[in-house]
Design a protein around this ligand. Sequence first.
Ligand code: R5P
Length: 300
Amino acid sequence: MVIVVGLPGDPGVGSKLASCLGVGYVSVFSKRFPDGEIYLRLPQKVEGSDVLLVQSMYPAQSDRLVELLLALEVLSRYENRVNLLITYLAYARQDREFLIGESVSLKSVVKALTTYEVDVLVTIDAHNPHAIEKAVESGRYLNIVPGEVFAEAISRKYRGREITVVAPDRGALSRAQSIANHLNCGYIAVQKVRDRVTGRVEHIFNSLNSISELAIVVDDIVSTGGTIAGIASYLTSRNIEVVAAISHALLVGDAYERLVKSGVREIYTLQTVPQTSANITYLDIASYLARELRREGVVK
Ligand code: R5P
């Protein structure tokens, strides 16, 4: 029998998932020492059960990482089979050495987590699943892309409209494809050029002819909102309506206001990080995840 264990960063997915799976749920006890260090204790009843640990690594990302490592350390001393569901995997964008001497944070984080015996590491729409797969030290890796969840919500509201799904770069094409397949519409990728020193991003639109009157602009993360806002300003100035579908809405600082100002008319996101804005639609992923985890044999 499996028990779902929610870590402090879990935005509430763990308990919903457990009820969809019909299994038990516990959350860990955690506190801070006076100097800021993290203390964590797992409830005794996890001993002897298969465990599905659930965590999300939204800011403060480094604390969320330490919580994961502390929990994995306890479990490594028990006889449990451990699966790990990270609804938002941080440190994933630095997936290669772009400038000489840069640390590839994705590698160090994934390696640190999977030096413990993790049967299956599951992420939701991770930035670069291929790079994660390569970095995994032990066990299996599964990346779940809930295109269907976005498509259902979008088609409920925009049924009958001519839609094109737009990816901000070629790396996001499979994400766009996953939503487009469920919406039964076309998809394209915009060309993205990033200055590796300043971080400044420029988008090049090769052809607007293939974009319909309504563009669903998709991305894995919205952080400052700059990427989506840049594309939305361009499209809305050409009378194309823009709706954003973002897997992980970090919405740092005035990101939401920036998106609205650029003309984005509606934002859909997944409940992979805590809800910080009352103005965007957070889509529940628990029942979809439960189905996928069973189908993939992660939960028997
Ligand atoms: C980058 O490669 C990611 O896929 C996102 O496009 C990026 O993190 C979005 O960041 P921001 O909202 O700050 O433009």
